[in-house]
Design a protein around this ligand. Structure first.
Ligand code: TYD
Ligand code: MG
Length: 452
């Protein structure tokens, strides 16, 4: 008789606990433990890892044959760019994103185009084959060579994949896939982890490149399994603003390339189209520069983002002038105004100051200090800031400009978006030249004001 074992699994990190607790003992997230029933009916063939599947003899690294990894182009240059120049055989790529963002559409477009030169297999666990086929026809994609399968049991998927021997395989989505080794419901952490592990092992053994689709939770994590991120070679996020037709795809992890590349698409009635010149899409551009508005490069979680900060400085008619912030910390503004007065000679004691982060963003990092200070000054003096200027940097109480994390990535993002000039902390000075970006480094608030 199968032995039932009850376990509580953290949906954020996959840690297990024999008892329910409010806080995950591993990642300290609150209320993430969910109950799962584990029955070990068979020995788990996966134990032993993925890379080990190929054979286990000790070899000196220098003797390992260096075959140039051949990359298959997906015929979607923006996707190739985030993958680091194309798809590596035997690699597993996880594509995450909100429901309806276009993950299935993107992979369908990619797989149909790939099918013209490669053997492919499209596995759908969410949509029926009719739905997939209908969409492919509507998007006028070549479907003659796309082998497809509606299946959710991972053992059968692997069995069929072994017969078909595709070079590229898509599994949409990993949350619907289950293994018969476990009795918990599809989508639960242990199911997702075990199924993914079997698929990863299959990819490594056969050299099949696999795309996995993964859903994202309310908190913005790849649903449940952060554990998946450790297993796969590439993690891509597909994201977009609610009201915008633009979609960004970016790498969070890439074993075969850099992670600071991003690919940009627009969702049209004929599927996803690539945007080759994306610099102007997320920032409002004015007919001519306006005063009080500046663009900063902020760091969101693990990624850079360009946002516009606006300030309005207006003569105050109340005894206690107003300091209002939207999307920023109010005390920080009061502090910055004090530093501006003390170390920059810019007095605002008789002015109301309003600062707003455009687009409903919230910026909690001090890297916004320099942008806020310059926006305030620009509004106060009614002097517009050039549109192609990007800034970031923390301001200390002594008027010094302090470095912020990931300066290099922020600059690259700005350069990618077409900015020409940057004012940044001296300690964040880039090591090399960043294409088409003139970088001015500043050490103190006074330096910054002089350069402005
Ligand atoms: P889909 O790829 O099904 O999203 P996901 O797999 O990430 O859940 O994308 C569906 C959305 O994209 C849907 O809201 C409609 C929109 N869409 C278009 O606007 N144009 C199109 O040509 C297609 C195929 C989808
Ligand atoms: Mg889908």
């Amino acid at each position: 008789m199968a032995k039932f074992k009850q376990l509580y699994v953290c949906t954020a990190c996959g840690a297990t606990s024999p008892k329910w607790v409010g806080q995950c003992p591993d990642c300290h997230a609150w209320n993430t433990l969910t109950e799962e029933i584990v029955t070990a009916t068979k020995a788990n063939p996966r134990l032993g890892g993925y890379a080990a599947a190929a054979g286990s003899t000790v070899t000196h690294l220098a003797e390992v044959a260096l075959t140039e990894q051949i990359r298959t182009k997906t015929h979607l240059p923006e996707l190739d760019r985030v993958l680091g120049g194309g798809l590596v055989s035997g690699s597993v790529t996880l594509i995450g994103g909100d429901p309806g963002i276009g993950k299935s559409t993107l992979l369908l477009q990619a797989i149909c185009k790939l099918s013209l030169g490669n053997k492919v297999l499209y596995i759908t666990g969410e949509e029926s084959l009719q739905q997939v086929s209908l969409r492919a026809h509507r998007l006028e994609l070549p479907t003659e060579h796309v082998a497809s399968l509606a299946e959710t049991q991972v053992e059968r998927i692997i069995e069929i994949a072994k017969q078909q021997a595709p070079k590229i395989m898509v599994v949409d989505s990993i949350q619907t896939i289950y293994t018969e080794l476990l009795q918990s419901a599809p989508g639960s952490v242990s199911q997702v982890r075990e199924s993914a592990a079997l698929l990863v092992a299959f990819a490594k053994q056969t050299g099949t490149a696999i795309f996995l689709v993964g859903h994202v939770t309310k908190e913005g994590n790849l649903a449940g399994p952060r554990v998946l991120e450790h297993m796969v070679d590439c993690v891509l996020y597909f994201e977009g603003q609610n009201d915008s037709r633009y979609r960004i795809i970016r790498a969070i992890k890439n074993r075969f390339g850099a992670v600071n590349e991003l690919g940009i698409f627009a969702m049209t009635d004929k599927g996803l189209k690539e945007i080759s010149n994306p610099s102007a899409i997320f920032l409002s551009r004015y007919e001519q520069p306006v005063s009080g508005s500046i663009v900063m490069a902020t760091w969101e979680g693990s990624r850079p983002m360009l946002v516009e900060i606006q300030a309005l400085v207006n003569e105050s008619h109340v005894g206690n002038p107003r300091r209002v912030t939207v999307g920023l910390e109010q005390n920080r503004l009061a502090m910055l105004l004090a530093v501006l007065q003390r170390h920059g000679g810019v007095a605002t004691y008789d002015q109301d100051v309003f600062v707003n982060v455009v687009g409903g963003m919230r910026i909690m990092e001090p890297a916004a200090d320099l942008a806020v200070a310059l926006a305030v000054l620009s509004s106060l003096r009614n002097k517009p800031i050039p549109e192609d200027l990007i800034v970031f940097g923390e301001i200390g109480l002594a008027g010094e400009i302090r470095p912020v994390q990931s300066g290099q990535e922020r600059l690259k993002e700005a350069a990618k978006h077409g900015f020409k000039k940057a004012i940044i902390p001296k300690a964040n000075a880039p090591k090399g030249i960043i294409a088409s970006l003139e970088v001015i480094t500043v050490q103190s608030l006074n330096d910054a004001l002089q350069n402005f």
